[in-house]
Design a protein around this ligand. Structure first.
Ligand SMILES: [Zn+2]
Length: 91
């Protein structure tokens, strides 16, 4: 595996991904919040995939893919190979 990519948030090296050209590393994904700074967590609906997001503090569902990491707007979604991938969101 080539570590020829750097996380756009923290600069940590990682594998590049043609499918997710602007993905952020899992450590940065841990810091994802909503637009008001409330912590979020993401998970697959089941072992076969899917996407769910929750607030870390209350466990309430978060019905959006938009999240923020260090003030940068990102987009969380089900990863093609399973798990969750978060990428920088361009708008
Ligand atoms: Zn990072």
């Amino acid at each position: 595996m080539n570590l020829n990519y750097n996380c756009p948030i923290c600069g940590k090296p990682g594998p590049s991904s043609p499918r997710y050209p602007r993905w952020i590393c899992p450590e940065c994904g841990q810091r994802a919040t909503d637009e008001n700074g409330r912590g979020l967590r993401f998970q697959n609906v089941s072992v076969s995939g899917g996407y769910e997001a929750y607030y870390r503090d209350t466990g309430e569902p978060y019905n959006s893919h938009i999240c923020f990491v260090d003030g940068v707007k990102c987009w969380a979604d089900e990863a093609y190979m399973g798990g969750i991938v978060i990428s920088i969101r361009d708008e």
